[in-house]
Ligand binder design. Sequence first.
Ligand SMILES: [Zn+2]
Length: 219
Amino acid sequence: MPTDPHREMRQAVVETCRRMNALGVNQGTVGNVSARSGDGFLISPTGVPYESLASEQVVAMDLDGGWAGDWRPSSEWRIHAAIYLARPEAGAVIHTHAPNATALSCLRRDVPAFHYMMAVTGGASLRCAEYATYGTPELAAHMLRALEDRTACLLANHGVVGFAPTLEAALALMAEVENLCRQYILTRQAGEPVILDAAEMMQVLEIFKTYGRQGEPRS
Ligand SMILES: [Zn+2]
């Protein structure tokens, strides 16, 4: 039997799915994880609980949506493919229905720079993409617009998506975005937040670039 060139990356996708749920950034099997591999990507299959997910069930797809094998890819593969096509810096994509981000997505509003850590999105806000039915090319197009100069965005009445060069970094991004969404909901419950201005956020983004993105920047 030929050896599988994707073996290690498939296993990394499975582990990221499990860690995503353990971190509380996703629930059940609705989220999906992918990693760029060669000319295409590897994506979690549809409808398989993460506890029983085996690496051979991770689906190898090309960027046009072609795939082979016994396991169907996640029904949301189009948003993954769209990111790999449009954003060469993307090495991994994670989409979840994390509770706090999803709650905010239902307001169909951008989350402003209420906290300096909002710069993890690559800009001064977490945009909310226009609504379209899940799994459709329209949703992927709306998402790409909301991701302009950003690495994460909300999907209206749906959830959240983000990408990074690696699975590890994408998972850290999604955990931070969910944390920020929770803090924004708490802030709005307590009162009206003071929003950081564009000049301050530019400065934070500069500091983030200097120190890289290994977790919390030094303060
Ligand atoms: Zn979804």
